[in-house]
Design a protein around this ligand. Structure first.
Ligand SMILES: NC(=O)c1ccc[n+]([C@@H]2O[C@H](COP(=O)([O-])OP(=O)(O)OC[C@H]3O[C@@H](n4cnc5c(N)ncnc54)[C@H](OP(=O)(O)O)[C@@H]3O)[C@@H](O)[C@H]2O)c1
Ligand SMILES: C[C@](O)(CO)[C@H](O)COP(=O)(O)O
Ligand SMILES: [Mn+2]
Length: 402
């Protein structure tokens, strides 16, 4: 039985992971849970899965959480704040930590888990995009596995099983095209938050759904693929595939192309990240190609979606630039979701902040450099937002004293 700790248990990735644990109680057990501020759902999860330890990031919610489960015997260790989430990440006999926290808030807990010798089922892409210069050496040093749970990177990882070293020539990342894939570019100036949250194929958290709508999610996934699979950027391509049945493809040195297909269901990549190298039987709906119908493909429109090229440029720049791109995106998406800026301001703000970082890019950033770049980028976006619209709050990433 595999012992798991789940970070971000109350979110889309978190609840789908718990669906898997519920379906396979003989295969998986929960050691730790961590959430942001959804105290009701976290309390219910603690009651159902009886973890040894749990944390809620929102410090002020701890008394409410304690009260909600005070009848449980034995009591789990209950913690709060960033330090509490970090403690959960490193705690006890968990073999694998599923990283379902959204954004770079997942970075410090993921590092703690790696330093505690735990394998990582990586859903939280921002952690790798921003933190790879620190995270990848730690993965190597501690001899842990970094198992992709993002659907495209899981597809690539699945296709790579059995491929000889140096056999990989090119990665083709598929993209649904997001909420506005059939919208005329002229109409993008007037989109609402509700419009952006209407993903055509997947049900996900708010931030990533906006990222899918701007195609920044795909740009981030290009950087994620670079760090996970070691290919340079000119060998990582994007293709629009509206049906989201092919979850990505790899081209081998002999030009053969391998693909992984399935219904758009995040439980499958999550299950594989937890069961690898084994495969677990499921009674889930099996793919029916006739029912799936036509599988179509088209070139990405870089004029309509500048975020992809911004991500390629940041990835190629390397150093602390991916962290700046990611933080600027997190902050500007938060402002968009707060209806403080317009949809088309998203790429404009990100481009401006990345431009201003060019002469300050740290080529081999330390963790402190990455955290500082992240914080700087968020503040820059806030400053820009003042020029675009009314003032707003900085979206805190983390407390700087873990
Ligand atoms: N959803 C998908 O299908 C999908 C697919 C591939 C990759 N991903 C990646 O997986 C990650 C999570 O995405 P999601 O869609 O699951 O997001 P989500 O639904 O918004 O859930 C985010 C989770 O993180 C928690 N959280 C937020 N800030 C936190 C903090 N400072 N400390 C601890 N927990 C915190 C939230 O807690 P509360 O809700 O309690 O505040 C929630 O449990 C993202 O990096 C995303 O890119 C998601
Ligand atoms: C589900 C998914 O893996 C989230 O990253 C997928 O990438 C979302 O679809 P899209 O192709 O980015 O719209
Ligand atoms: Mn994805």
């Amino acid at each position: 039985m595999k012992a798991i700790t789940l970070l971000g248990s109350t979110g889309s990735i978190g609840t789908q992971t718990l669906d898997i644990v519920t379906q396979y109680p003989d295969q998986f057990r929960i050691v730790g849970l961590a959430a942001g501020n959804n105290v009701e759902m976290l309390a219910a999860q603690i009651r159902q899965f009886r973890p040894s330890i749990a944390a809620i990031s929102a410090q002020e919610k701890l008394p409410e959480l304690q009260a909600a489960i005070k009848d449980l015997d034995p009591q789990p260790i209950l913690l709060a704040g960033t330090s509490g989430v970090i403690e959960v990440a490193r705690y006890g006999d968990a073999e694998t930590v599923v990283t379902g926290i959204v954004g770079c808030a997942g970075l410090l807990p993921t590092i703690a888990a790696i330093e505690a010798g735990k394998d990582i089922a990586l859903a939280n892409k921002e952690t790798l995009i921003a933190g790879a210069p620190v995270v990848l050496p730690l993965v190597e040093k501690h001899g842990v596995k970094l198992l992709p749970a993002d659907s495209e990177h899981s597809a690539i990882f699945q296709c790579l099983q059995g491929v000889p070293k140096n056999g990989l020539r090119r990665i083709l990342l598929t993209a649904s095209g997001g909420a506005f894939r059939d919208w005329d570019v002229a109409k993008l100036a007037e989109v609402t938050v509700a419009d952006a949250l209407k993903h055509p194929n997947w049900s996900m958290g708010r931030k990533i759904t906006v990222d899918s709508a701007t195609l920044m999610n795909k740009g981030l996934e290009v950087i994620e693929a670079h760090f996970l699979f070691g290919l340079d950027y000119q060998h990582i391509d994007i293709v629009i595939h509206p049906q989201s049945i092919i979850h990505s493809l790899i081209e081998l040195q002999d030009t053969s192309v391998l693909a992984q297909l399935g219904w758009p269901d995040m439980r499958l990549p999550l299950l594989y990240a937890l069961s690898w190298p084994e495969r677990i039987y499921t009674d889930w709906e099996r793919l029916d190609l006739v029912k799936a119908g036509n599988l179509t493909f088209r070139e990405p429109d870089h004029q309509k979606y500048p975020c992809m090229q911004l991500a390629y440029a940041a990835g190629k720049a390397g150093g602390s630039m991916p962290a700046v791109l990611n933080a600027a995106n997190e902050q500007v998406v938060a402002l968009f979701l707060d209806e403080k800026i317009q949809f088309l301001d998203i790429p404009r703000c990100i481009e401006s902040v990345c431009d201003r970082h060019q002469n300050h890019n740290s080529s081999n950033p330390s963790l402190d450099d990455i955290l500082a770049a992240d914080k700087w980028a968020r503040q820059e976006v806030i400053t820009l937002a003042h020029k675009l619209k009314s003032p707003t709050k900085v979206i805190p990433l983390y407390s700087t004293t873990p």
